[in-house]
Ligand binder design. Sequence first.
Ligand code: COA
Length: 260
Amino acid sequence: MSYTNILVTKKETIATVTINRPNKLNALNKDTIAELHSVCKALDKDKNIKAILLTGSGEKAFVAGADIAEFANFTSKQGAKLAAKGQETLFNFIENLSTPVIAAINGFALGGGLELAMACHFRIASDNAKMGLPEVSLGVIPGYGGTQRLPQLIGKGRAMELIMTASMINAEKAEAYGLVNHVTTLEELLPYCIKLASKISNNSSVAIKYAIKAINAGFIHDVDGYATEIKAFGTCFGTRDFKEGTTAFLEKRKANFPGA
Ligand code: COA
């Protein structure tokens, strides 16, 4: 499948998806959101792919936000529809994907760009990265899950301050806040993420799928995360990966997971 606004490369078990609108600092327009949905869906179905890296093209931006030009003239109804559709097709979709998605934040991650990074399972940033949710400076609020995921990741008080002031924080502060897990140089960003993704690839993709499900369940108000964990834990016992993982341990050899 060919895409206009994203680039996709695959190496062994790792796919790298690059948002490729450098002239617009990789701003997320409707077509890019649709393409990201479609590529994530296809990669999730690809049994050879064990981890996905998401990054932006160029050296300046991961994603500088939702495409402001596209929604500047919207009505309230169109605004609500934009947020609902975006959340459903991309942001919630990535958060609940069975295949781990790592955001490699290589520059500005603002507004919808930071929301996209926060929807990924975890984030690594290069030291030139700048992050923020500046929507209130445009007279709007974050609409792709930012008011929910930012407080989950950095705490309510810090999220309130960052959103109300529309400020950007640098990579060092983002790491101190727990918004990103590690900071590297720009050159080291993708190699570092690939190393992490390779480590993930050695483990049971089935168990990882259930771990994602159980962790996410704890953040849904009417779902019991502990009960979800118990059920998922039990399900793992019926998988070939579990048989292989435990047998390999007892036979003192490296597991070779069938991914089923
Ligand atoms: N939507 C649409 N276009 C965007 C964009 C966005 N979110 N962010 C950047 N662009 C475009 C600019 O309009 C410009 O296009 P042009 O060359 O056709 O005029 C191009 O990308 C380069 O951006 P520019 O502003 O010239 O770069 P800069 O280095 O001076 O500033 C930023 C970088 C990130 C500080 C600035 O682009 C910015 O504030 N962007 C908007 C951030 C934002 O509010 N995001 C939340 C949206 S909800």
